[in-house]
Write a protein that binds this ligand. Sequence first.
Ligand code: ASP
Length: 438
Amino acid sequence: MLKVTKFGGSSMADAGQYQKVRDILMADKERRVVVVSAAGKRNSQDHKITDLLYLCHAHTQYGVACDPVFEMITSRYLEIRDTLGITLDLETDFAELKKRLDAKEVSQDEMASRGEYYSARLMAAYLGFEFIDASEWVFFNIDGTVDTEKSYAALASKAKGKKVVTPGFYGVMPDGSIRTFSRGGSDITGSLAAAALDADVYENWTDVSGILMADPRIVENPHPISEITYEELREMAYAGANVLHEGAIFPVRKKNIPLNIRNTNAPQDPGTMIRKSFETDVDPNRIITGIAGKKDYSIITIFKRGLTNQVGILRRILSVLEKHGVSVEFLPNGMDNVSLAIPTAKLAPHLYAILAEIQQEINPDNITVHDQIAIVTAVGHQMKFRPGVSGKIFAALGQAGINIRMINQGPDELNIFFGVENKDFAEAIRVLYNSFIK
Ligand code: ASP
């Protein structure tokens, strides 16, 4: 049995958190492989080390000294080391990095990666585990995708039967340079490590006791989700729930490895278990697994008589957007019209050009644009074959006086989404939560 564990920034923020991580690892011998993030915030006023690393790099690029920022970074690590009484020479490393930084020899990605690198070296020394650098096993292809075969083989041979700590967030390019994933990418490293080692579970340790059924800033004390499928989780993330890095799901899903989200500050909580499917549902009456949503969409609605009967017309509309590099997130349609829902920030710079080109391309009867739209999505595999779910949503929102601007269901019946005005966003989520989940 092998459990691959990943500890996020808040679990690595200070010496007290390191102790919690050690207790968690010592409580279970199967937790032999550890992936760590850079030190995160200790409180809401604090800075993430990764942010400081980017900031420091930007300073030097513009020829501005970054010594005070550099000092903030190094002192965080030295403080953790000294508080825990770890013997590890970091000073030589820091001096070398600073020298190369001043000489503009350090790329932005390499600089950003140092947060995870120092975290992992410190944690390995603290636990007495072996340190394996991510640059020894996370291999990127030239196009920025991960060469999983090569990476898995490398980690499998290096980590087999050992207790190891490895940094998250980065790997190495074919030319030997360091490359990072996008922000939050240590989740991906953990997933890759679990897949490489055919782990029995990938434990992702963070600062909440699992994924919540709705945003706690909107719904008071939402229930945690105890079980969710990979597909549902993807829908939740796409719909705006801030959970794992999207790229973290693929490696474990492919190998059918369950992913368990846990809380470093409350290790007794079971957290959320994510699998391909569950034999029995926790609660067969819980039709909706979770609710998520995003504000600030624009909806372009194009009216043309008989629109859906005309061969190729959707392609022609979409090709206009493609030309401008704008992707459409939702596309509900009727007999004589189609709506394109697009985040306003992405659409705005191209809006007038797009409208003019659609006009020219298909000569519609009318085009309207509505801004300030929020999309709310209810996700749940139990909605499948269950009649009346959308009816219930309509009724609940209607009773609350919330006007639905559009509604659609994914063909796999895994989600129902609807558009409301931005101003009704929070209330729509609350109404839905209270009528389905309470
Ligand atoms: N430290 C990186 C970030 O802040 C990666 C991670 O924590 O997953 O984005």
